[in-house]
Design a binder for this molecule. Structure first.
Ligand SMILES: [Zn+2]
Ligand SMILES: [Zn+2]
Length: 341
């Protein structure tokens, strides 16, 4: 790894000598947890044991709901407010929201005698505020110039609702999505479909956290409850599957919808896999143009593109140089491609 900023093969983002984001490095005393998606949670338990861990209030609540462990009682794990510099191991850490999912943040680190260092985390675009930094580690999930969406997220939402409405006529609809996107789907479905929405206890617990954080999300029926089992025997329901939920093995009835940023045509948010299975590009990730806008707003003069998550780091570094004349390199690890969340 480079010494100042880089990303390790396991996804740990180094910001100077003291701070690491979304991973564990033995010599860094401080970990910042940008959000709870699995590809950002590597070695969290090691960090909990050895490091000072900073995160947003909402991320803290989500982790407590998910892990139900000793987190609330640990003095080395701190929930911190947005935009307020936090002293940590001789430097100062500032977090701002990124609109990617509940609790997600971007990070800036000020340390004596060092340029201001930043990590974008996963982000959507547009954003109201971006940390201005000198050097930036940038998420490269949609870092290819081909990753341009010609449709808006509002169009995606409409197509999603139309599709669910149509498919419900011939049976139940199974919806799969990552955390954050799934909650967005529930908000859309509430009041727009007149069938019960069924989810696991785990997803239902997460929805409680969203509500505590001010989101108006209606109820779901827990699949393990008596009502849930009754509804699932029938033919009219939407069933949700989030991270960690067991996916349907055998869909002998109804149809399935996968919500992810993937799209096969830039002008169409819906991908038809068969007449019973579809993908909808409902996403809280900026596309390529949004990624360029983020870099412009950050005013970074030097950018390291994250080569661990998504695999577009080389293309993105080239594009940043060609389009924005910003000095950019992919992070030094070249192994391991993961499906970005
Ligand atoms: Zn994410
Ligand atoms: Zn990610």
């Amino acid at each position: 790894m480079n010494t100042l900023i880089d990303v390790s093969a396991s996804g740990a983002v180094r910001l100077g000598p003291s701070v690491v984001c979304d991973g564990f490095l033995r010599d860094a005393c401080v970990r910042v947890q940008t959000h709870v998606h699995t590809d950002h949670m590597d070695s969290f338990d090691s960090s909990k044991g050895f490091q000072e861990v900073l995160m947003s209030e909402a991320t803290h609540r989500l982790l407590v709901a998910e892990r139900n462990a000793d987190l609330p009682y640990r003095s080395n794990v701190r929930a911190v407010p947005h935009g307020v510099p936090q002293p940590a191991d001789g430097c100062s850490v500032t977090m701002l929201p990124t609109g990617h999912m509940l609790g997600s943040v971007q990070v800036a680190v000020d340390a004596p005698q060092l340029p201001r260092l930043g990590y974008s985390g996963d982000f959507s675009w547009p954003l109201e505020v971006v940390n201005e930094v000198d050097a930036l580690v940038l998420d490269a999930t949609y870092g290819s110039p081909h990753d341009v969406r010609e449709f808006t997220q509002e169009e995606c939402e409409m197509r999603f609702l139309e599709l669910v409405g149509g498919l419900l006529r011939s049976g139940p609809v199974h919806v799969m999505a990552h955390r954050g996107t799934l909650q967005r789907a529930i908000q859309l479905l509430n009041g727009n479909v007149d069938v019960p929405i069924v989810a696991s206890r785990r997803t239902s617990r997460e929805i409680q956290v969203y509500r505590q954080c001010g989101y108006a999300i209606g109820g779901v029926v827990e699949e393990e409850s008596g009502e849930g089992r009754f509804v699932l025997r029938g033919n009219r329901f939407v069933r949700l599957y989030g991270t960690g939920d067991r996916l349907p093995v055998d869909l002998n009835r109804g149809s399935s919808l996968k919500l992810s940023a993937f799209f096969s045509r830039g002008d169409d948010p819906v991908t038809e896999y068969s007449d019973r299975s579809f993908g909808v590009a409902l996403s809280n990730h900026a596309d390529f143009n949004g990624t360029l806008e983020f870099v412009k707003a950050s005013r970074a003069r030097y950018v390291v593109t994250d080569n661990t998550r998504g695999g577009k780091a080389v293309e993105l570094a080239m594009a940043l140089w060609q389009i924005l004349a910003v000095h950019a390199v992919p992070s030094s690890n070249f192994d391991g491609l993961h499906w970005g969340q």
